[in-house]
Design a protein around this ligand. Structure first.
Ligand code: GSH
Length: 211
């Protein structure tokens, strides 16, 4: 397990977070695609890596890691990357921003969740999109409101990238897929423009890594 390997899927938001983090940390890695559309994540080979059957899985420092937020915090702690403030109150505020999308919005719009909803509705046309839009729009509206507590100069919480940016960018990519209107979210739009101009974010973009 000497080589740094990321088991991911190009369109997966949680994988996208870890790609951004690895790029920001300057860690070169080998990407191995686990095709979620083909359900490769449910094969024994992947379940042996992660019994949850989810991506990403990262092999780094002779360890195997799952859970994107745990991975990002591990990188932050071991490489001193400054993605969270030292002050506990400020740190809680940045985590609250990040978790509002990564923990409260993303999981309920996951492939298997949205597909199950669609199945329960007898495969109703547009069910997956309607379900996702129902949660993502209000989630981003709350994020926009939370951002008013910070100065976007140019990132979510100031002049340097934080955990909040690493979680926001993939959520926005996903929201665009479901045609969410960003007109009411000027602060989010400004942050996204700044992040997308950053080489570490640009290289992690699903459009840049898709097979
Ligand atoms: N909490 C996990 C979530 C991982 C996750 O939901 N991954 C999705 C892709 S973004 C996945 O593997 N989905 C497969 C499925 O739903 O079957 C993390 O942050 O790593």
């Amino acid at each position: 397990m000497a080589e740094t390997t990321l088991y991911d899927f190009w369109r997966s938001s949680a994988s996208y977070r870890v790609r951004i983090a690895l790029n920001l940390a300057g860690i070169a890695y080998k990407a191995v695609s686990v095709d979620l559309v083909e359900k490769a994540n449910r094969l024994p080979e992947h379940l042996a890596r992660n019994p949850q059957g989810l991506v990403p899985v990262l092999e780094l420092d002779r360890h195997r890691f799952t859970q994107s937020l745990a991975i990002i915090e591990y990188l932050n702690e071991t490489r001193g990357l400054g993605w969270l403030p030292d002050d506990p109150v400020a740190r809680a505020a940045v985590r609250a921003l990040a978790y509002s999308v990564a923990i409260d919005v993303h999981p309920i719009c996951n492939v298997s969740v949205a597909a199950h909803v669609s199945d329960l509705l007898g495969g109703a046309k547009g069910a997956r999109k309607a379900w996702s839009r129902h949660f993502i729009g209000p989630g981003l509206a709350a994020f926009e409101e939370l951002l008013t507590g910070f100065e976007q100069a140019p990132y979510c919480t100031g002049g340097t990238v934080s955990l909040a940016d690493i979680c926001l960018v993939p959520q926005v990519y996903n929201a665009e897929r479901w045609d969410i209107d960003f007109e009411p979210f000027p602060q989010i739009r400004a942050v996204i423009e700044a992040c997308r101009a950053h080489p570490a974010f640009a290289a992690a973009d699903p459009e840049a890594v898709k097979p």
